[in-house]
Design a protein around this ligand. Structure first.
Ligand SMILES: O=C(CO)[C@H](O)[C@H](O)COP(=O)(O)O
Ligand SMILES: [Co+2]
Length: 217
């Protein structure tokens, strides 16, 4: 069964505590927090103060997906705010290895993220270091986009590398996840699924979290 990390990008920001606690009560495994700077992606969202405010209201693991340029400038502050895992895009910095080392030095789980157009060869040297790899299944920046089917082969290729070398990282997928696409990702080797609009744009978001789990059971 896949682990589910609802993305609060599609939550009601005026009722964020309610929407986070709903996810926790519904059996979510983590909370996905999309941080955008208007530079790396053409959108703005949350910062570290949102992470700090959410920390005391949930015991869910806080999975912070940084879609910002030169993320090494901020990883210390996100760790201090209460992040449990910090994801940085390989495309967002000249010093990705250093950024991941900074995350680990801060005592937080480290994740490398790859955009749809970025080949896995860009992250091969990083695989022994990371706790999680995030394969973007949409172009980053917005919720509610369509899943890119071509990414299923990329997930399978990453899982092949994982098995071949005995790596222990989790494989997360993000973008366009619903009860159909989650199964294709799970079958290809994904272990964690982010879902924003599928969960929060529903009349019964708690049921949707369960639906994702049932689809991969
Ligand atoms: O990183 C993201 C966008 O850049 C979001 O996590 C993702 O898009 C979730 O939204 P949805 O499930 O609606 O596609
Ligand atoms: Co995300």
């Amino acid at each position: 069964m896949i682990k589910v990390a609802p993305s609060i990008l599609s939550a009601d920001f005026a009722n964020l505590q309610r929407d986070v606690q709903m996810a926790e009560n519904a059996g979510a495994d983590a909370l996905h927090i999309d941080v955008m700077d208007g530079q790396f992606v053409p959108n703005l969202s949350f910062g570290m103060s949102t992470v700090a405010d959410l920390r005391p209201v949930t015991s869910l693991m806080l999975d912070c997906h940084l879609m910002i340029m030169d993320p090494e400038r901020f990883v210390g502050q996100f760790a201090k705010a209460g992040a449990d895992l910090i994801g940085v895009h390989v495309e967002s910095t000249r010093h990705i290895y250093h950024a991941l080392q900074l995350i680990k030095d801060a005592g937080v789980k480290a994740e490398v993220v790859v955009n749809p157009g970025t080949p896995l060869s860009m992250i091969s040297e990083l695989l022994p270091l990371v706790d999680q790899v995030l394969i973007m299944t949409v172009n980053p920046g917005f919720g509610g986009q369509h899943f890119l089917d071509q990414m299923v082969a990329k997930i399978a290729a990453l899982n092949e590398l994982k098995q071949q070398h005995g790596y222990r990282f989790e494989i997360e997928v993000d973008g366009g996840i619903n009860d159909q696409t989650v199964k294709a990702c799970y079958d290809a080797g994904a272990t964690v699924a982010v879902a924003g609009s599928y969960v929060y744009d529903s009349a019964d978001p708690a049921q949707r979290i369960q639906d994702l789990k049932v689809a991969t059971n």
